[in-house]
Write a protein that binds this ligand. Structure first.
Ligand code: PMP
Length: 305
């Protein structure tokens, strides 16, 4: 990993090497942390870095914190300010990833959420592609299940839940696939390991509803708006069955890291003609313009650093 030079840690910006926690830290022992994953995109023409949908990301971050009984002393605006300050200090002139995290910072033994100190940290890093095969990914249906909302809050980004996501990803990669598709407790298609999913079936774009144990993705929300408003296609939020993936025309995954990733094969079955389809292609192009602040209509999603 290309390292950051600074981090926000225990109330101030410190050299990255000083942002350290103890082995006895509650969050390290029990996964009791919540995090965000945000991207900053470099605009070469304007020579400026833009953070994508910062407010929405921090709003979800604070919701995740609330689910874990954390009482934040920061609001969306102050978290944005801290992030911008950190990015200015780093002085990046390239794409970056931003990782805010709230964690149970007390040391010692004891499984609980209450009466523990919460700390905020934010760090950043240069970042480019996440899924290397993002124009023709081959995915497998995972034997793991997506975490259920009654097990670990599914609509929060809770660190502990990512042990399951990591297992999905590793098993898929080791079996030769690019990504995993994971089912919810009812056997409906829920997500990828860290991305939301969409299919195009009979000309309609379909994505699982927020009650099928998905993370309420910000890229998902952006994609829904772009597909409806710019491509003029209907988007339906409903449960997706496994075999619908086999017979749909197009399938793609969305996420801050994954952006818009085309899936062209599932468990050795071709999706559509086995190449990236027109809806995915158009959405990818549009998304790239939007995140890099080249589309004025969506400029409210771009925050200049
Ligand atoms: N699902 C999971 C489990 C994730 O970790 C992510 C990445 N944050 C997503 C979906 C996509 O969400 P977003 O578009 O907000 O990055």
């Amino acid at each position: 990993m290309e390292q950051a030079r600074f981090a926000f840690f225990e109330g101030k910006v410190v050299p990255f090497a000083d942002a350290k926690v103890s082995v006895a830290t509650h969050a390290f022992n029990y996964g009791t942390a919540v995090f965000g994953g945000i991207r900053g995109y470099w605009n070469e023409e304007q020579k400026k870095l833009f953070v994508f949908r910062a407010w929405d990301h921090f709003h979800r971050f604070l919701s995740s914190a609330k689910m874990m009984c954390m009482e934040s002393t920061y609001d969306e605006e102050s978290l944005i300010e801290l992030t911008l300050e950190l990015l200015r200090t780093e002085g990046y002139q390239r794409d970056v990833y931003i990782r805010p995290m709230y964690y149970k910072a007390d040391m010692g033994i004891g499984v609980k959420l209450h009466d523990l100190k919460d700390e905020l940290t934010i760090w950043t890093m240069p970042y480019e592609k996440y899924v290397s095969n993002d124009t023709n990914a081959h995915v497998t249906i995972s034997s793991w299940r997506r975490v259920d909302d009654n097990t670990i809050p599914a609509r929060g980004k809770i660190s502990g839940a990512y042990a399951g996501a990591a297992a999905m990803k590793t098993d898929a990669n080791r079996a030769g696939f690019d990504e995993a598709l994971v089912m919810d407790k009812n056997g409906h298609v829920s997500e990828g390991s860290a991305m939301n999913v969409f299919m195009v079936r009979d000309g309609v774009v379909v994505t699982p509803p927020i009650t099928d144990s998905i993370l309420e993705g910000i890229t998902r929300r952006s994609a829904i708006e772009l597909i409806k408003n710019e491509l003029g296609l209907p988007v339906v939020e409903r449960s997706i069955d496994r075999t619908e993936v086999y017979i749909c025309e197009e399938f793609f995954m969305t996420g801050t890291a994954a952006q818009v990733t085309a899936v062209t094969k599932v468990d050795h079955r071709l999706i559509g003609k086995g190449v990236m389809g027109p809806v995915t292609t158009k959405l990818r192009d549009m998304f790239e313009d939007v995140v890099r602040a080249r589309n004025k209509k969506y400029a409210h999603w771009n925050m200049a650093v």
